[in-house]
Design a protein around this ligand. Structure first.
Ligand code: IPE
Ligand code: IPE
Ligand code: MG
Length: 253
């Protein structure tokens, strides 16, 4: 398989055409910003700023590769354990990023959604997130989901709470609960499951990302630090993905 598609015209601003055999939904654990900055003798926030610029490039490239959904891990429920300085620097960066990128995302026809627990985030950031979601609501070229204060276990716990409330209120019969039920309560209820999960920076763990949704995802771990990750690295990963055989428990034919 050749990426981008042979003869593909420069992307229009309409919906992408899914590459046959290519991933429809790619999720990325953008890791390594801190080490990238440290390697340059700079503060960690400098790495986060460089990382944010990469998000823009990768978002732009995805539709050309037939990717319909891109989900990026921006801040985990565990990242609150970092220093107050780093956490508030990151929160400021998210606000700036949304303000700066909103118009470009709209122009690129990208629909933005956020997953994670918003309750702990400050009111100003939450308002910007709501506004960006509303603003891009009718965009169709690509779906960008930003996981912010997201943890897979937290998400499943919150979903279970809502499911239990429906049972208690008589809206849901426990006998009807099956593996189709819980996903309807997850933050990702409108998204397909990821086909490919990429983690940068050489760590081979999922760090509480999309636990339920990634049951059958293909994983790719690359040593590249996130601020060095370019669309060309993505292309190489997509080529490898194209050579993989997804079996879903079946015997290959
Ligand atoms: C990922 O980079 C970004 C966030 C977790 C917010 P890190 O900040 O984890 O960078 P390393 O892993 O320390 O290099
Ligand atoms: C995962 O990276 C979270 C994000 C990329 C936002 P971490 O750097 O927080 O993960 P660990 O601590 O190395 O597992
Ligand atoms: Mg890290």
């Amino acid at each position: 398989m050749a990426w981008p598609r042979k003869g593909a015209s420069p992307a229009g601003r309409d919906s992408p055409t899914a590459e046959p055999g290519g991933p429809r939904h790619v999720a990325i654990i953008m890791d390594g910003n801190g080490r990238w900055a440290q390697g340059r003798g700079r503060p960690r926030l400098f790495g986060h700023q460089a990382g944010a610029r990469r998000v823009r490039e990768v978002v732009r490239a995805c539709p050309d590769y037939g990717i319909e959904y891109l989900t990026v891990f921006a801040f985990s429920t565990e990242n609150w354990k970092r220093t107050q300085m780093e956490v508030s620097g990151l929160m400021g960066l998210f606000r700036t990023y949304i303000r700066k990128e909103a118009r470009e995302l709209l122009r690129e026809n990208v629909r933005v959604r956020f997953i994670g627990d918003r309750v702990k985030l400050d009111a100003k950031l939450r308002a910007l997130m709501d506004e960006l979601e509303q603003m891009t609501e009718s965009c169709t070229r690509m779906n960008l989901t930003v996981a912010l204060n997201y943890g897979g276990r937290d998400e499943v716990a919150r979903a279970t709470r809502r499911l239990a409330e429906d049972v208690a209120a008589g809206r849901l019969d426990p006998a009807d609960v099956d593996e189709e039920t819980l996903p309807r309560y997850l933050d990702t209820c409108v998204l397909p499951d990821p086909d490919l999960v990429i983690r940068t920076s050489g760590e081979a763990r999922i760090s509480n990302f999309l636990l339920w949704q990634s049951a059958y995802a293909e994983y790719e771990f690359t040593p590249i630090l996130w601020p060095d990750f370019t669309p060309q690295h993505l292309v190489e990963i997509l080529e490898r993905y194209g050579r993989r055989e997804r079996r879903f428990g079946k015997v290959p034919v």
